[in-house]
Design a protein around this ligand. Structure first.
Ligand SMILES: [Fe+2]
Length: 282
């Protein structure tokens, strides 16, 4: 699977053509991404007593680290400012905001120890984002906030672009997930997975650990199998991510092939128009 490094923006159609045949795009040195990194770094340092966020784990107990970084993640979830900064990033990559819908914008943290796992904290297992949404015109955006290493990044599995892998898309339901989450008491939380999961093991022999510099931005089809690389380094991974849908891709059927998704209901309502904030409907 080629990774294409871009020094200039690409049109929505060009991006769709690359992504929906399994290629990945890395947009180099995006100035709005540097702005976003500066903003995030300031928030993190304020919350971590001025300590460098990548090794702050060494200075706090796991609980204190999770609480302090969790406050920043909560800010990210709610803040319109950080979303606006990322919309500028998308624009700089060539995205026409008039035709684009998005879902949400979490800051994801992968600590270098396994004592820290949680919803937005810890390694994310193998999945295709299209398994949950059942929308194959969907594109993933991902960007690091600090320097990466091979054992502290995201991995894609190009062999599975056109090869199915057993999963729970036939039985998983978002409605059931929400119901179970609402019913669950503290001990039972997490019983029902928040997205479809694997039912087979992945051949790890041909994984692609994607390397980007801070300021670079990655886009790839949401139908790509991907996962966090377990962080065996001595620094915490901080990254941001978003998923987008271009309405012309959706209307004209420009999409990745569906190799193993047995779900039938597209979750259009998860997406909002970037400018008008109206929910996506087909
Ligand atoms: Fe994902």
């Amino acid at each position: 699977m080629p990774i294409i490094h871009l020094q200039k923006p690409v049109s929505d159609i060009e991006r769709a053509e690359h992504c929906f045949k399994g290629e990945c795009l890395i947009y180099k040195n995006i100035s709005a991404m540097h702005e976003l990194i500066e903003y995030a770094d300031k928030l993190l340092r304020e919350s971590l007593n001025g300590i460098d966020p990548v090794d702050a784990q060494l200075h706090f107990s796991p609980e204190a680290f999770l609480q302090r970084t969790g406050n920043v993640q909560a800010h990210f979830r709610k803040s319109e400012t950080v979303k606006e900064l990322f919309f500028k990033v998308l624009e700089e990559c060539g995205v026409d905001l008039n035709n684009t819908y998005y879902d949400h914008f979490p800051m994801r943290i992968v600590p270098f120890d396994t004592d820290y796992d949680g919803a937005e904290c810890g390694v994310i297992g193998h999945h295709r984002d299209s398994w949950g949404s059942n929308i194959h015109s969907q594109i993933n955006w991902w960007a690091p906030l600090y320097a990466l290493e091979e054992n502290r990044t995201i991995a894609l599995y190009p062999d599975y672009w056109d090869k199915p892998i057993a999963n729970t898309t036939a039985t998983w339901s978002h409605k059931d997930y929400l119901e179970k989450r609402n019913e669950a008491d503290a001990e039972r939380q997490g019983c029902y997975p928040s997205a479809p999961t694997l039912k087979a093991s992945v051949d790890e022999s041909n994984l692609l650990k994607v390397m980007l510099e801070p300021g670079d931005v990655l886009s790839f089809s949401s139908a790509h199998l991907h996962a966090s690389v377990p962080n065996t380094t001595k620094a915490t991974r901080y990254s941001v991510e978003m998923r987008s849908i271009n309405k012309h891709d959706l209307e004209s059927g420009r999409a990745a092939p569906n190799v193993d998704n047995a779900a039938t209901t597209p979750m259009y309502q998860w997406f909002k128009h970037i400018l008008s904030k109206e929910k996506l409907k087909l």
